[in-house]
Design a protein around this ligand. Sequence first.
Ligand SMILES: [Zn+2]
Length: 87
Amino acid sequence: MVVINIRCPKCSKNRMLSIDEEQIKFKASGLCLLNIDENFTCEHSYVIFIDQHYNIRDYYDFDYNIELSEIISMEKSAEIIKDSDKK
Ligand SMILES: [Zn+2]
């Protein structure tokens, strides 16, 4: 399990996010997209990019023009987060 400190790009609220590294699928670029649901850190929802060292590379909110291939992997990541919350 890896814990990363995420921060909302809009209001700067922080929260620790636990990730099961065995469930993360990195793309060929070496990055993984994670969907942060609203009410996790705050009222905003946004997307984070993490690299294979679990460093946060970038944040995007949903107004950003994300390519279709990236949206698909983002949705998979959202499922991963929900699954790990049940355990
Ligand atoms: Zn926020």
